[in-house]
Design a protein around this ligand. Structure first.
Ligand code: NAD
Ligand code: MG
Length: 298
């Protein structure tokens, strides 16, 4: 049997300590063109029926963490709708094929989450295509580094806010009327919510907001039987880093400064989302699950 997420292993060496070569792509980066290509658990994630019959919408489900979550959810028995930008069709096809290989229904609905109308149509497409909705994963995000506030354009500040915060709000607002008791919403915060890199001013601002949004919404929706939680990833090797998310010359050292001494792979984030989506976390509400290689958080 090949190793999977249940295998006993040393976390320091379970995934290689990579030193990615300096590389750049226009935003949004295509994961298939990265060196090395991130590991989404294609060859390791083993499902055990934890989300049997569930119906999930995952934004940014074409690549990185969202892609790994889509694979895991499908192998756990869920039908999955993914959103992504039209330029990411190649990555989206890879994920759709893996969802279908797991024997589940896949819905692919590309578009720009900065557009409120698209967010509403995305929820409708998921409900129509899956025959309902009971898991919403707000995962899509924009991260572009700028060293000085004077160089941070109003346009970038607004785009980061719209992608990371407004879209999350629009999606949740559109989805809630469809969500029965037992449903779950999972937001994607970041270590940046607590431990801000100075060149990620706009991004770090949104991640603090996402964390607070999930905790406030959790209290609002728990009395209705809908649980809201967040996952806060730490440095994970994904397409965000090669499209100006991180200073290119620092890429070879990316993520090496945490106690584990290496960056994470998207495959290592997926189980946190599975846990928060499944009934196993029935008493876990308004929590932020930090998955970051050992960086202390509040
Ligand atoms: P990724 O690039 O693979 O995924 C991000 C996705 O966001 C893209 O695939 C794209 O489809 C989507 N997206 C961006 N702008 C969009 C827009 N305007 N409209 C529609 N979709 C859009 O990178 P990732 O690292 O897997 O990112 C997933 C989430 O994880 C993000 O919220 C990110 O902030 C968060 N996160 C990542 C890290 C990390 O180190 N990689 C750390 C903390 C938090
Ligand atoms: Mg992508």
């Amino acid at each position: 049997m090949s190793p999977d997420q249940y295998s006993f292993a040393d976390p320091r060496t379970l995934y290689p300590s990579i030193s990615p070569p300096v590389q750049q792509q226009p935003e949004p980066a295509v994961q298939a063109k990265m060196t090395p290509v991130p590991d989404l658990g294609e060859n390791s994630y083993r499902g055990s029926g934890r989300l049997q019959g569930r119906k999930a919408l995952i934004t940014g489900g074409d690549s990185g963490i969202g892609g790994a979550v889509a694979i895991a959810f499908a192998r756990e028995g869920a039908d999955v709708a993914i959103s992504y930008l039209p330029e990411e069709e190649q990555d989206a096809r890879h994920i759709v094929a893996l969802i279908e290989e797991a024997g589940r229904t896949a819905v692919a609905f590309p578009g720009d989450l900065k557009n409120k109308d698209y967010c509403h149509r995305l929820v409708d497409a998921a409900v129509d295509g899956l025959g309902g909705l009971d898991i919403v994963v707000s995962n899509a995000g924009k991260q572009v580094f700028v060293e000085k506030i004077e160089d941070l354009s109003d346009e970038q500040f607004e785009d980061t806010m719209h992608t990371n915060v407004f879209a999350m709000f629009w999606l949740a607002k559109a989805a809630v009327p469809h969500l029965k008791p037992g449903s779950t919403i999972i937001c994607t915060a970041s270590l940046e919510a607590y431990n801000q890199l100075p060149f990620l001013l706009d991004y770090a601002t949104t991640k603090g907001a996402i964390n607070n949004f999930s905790k406030a919404l959790a209290q609002q929706l728990a009395p209705r039987g809908i649980r809201v939680n967040a996952v806060a990833p730490g440095p994970t090797w994904t397409a965000l880093q090669v499209s100006q998310g991180f200073p290119p010359e620092k890429l070879p050292e990316y993520g090496k400064d945490n106690p584990l001494g290496r960056s994470g792979q998207p495959a290592e984030l997926a189980p946190a989302y599975v846990y928060l989506a499944s009934g196993e976390s029935s008493f876990t509400i308004g929590e932020t699950l930090n998955v970051n290689g050992g960086m202390p958080t509040p």
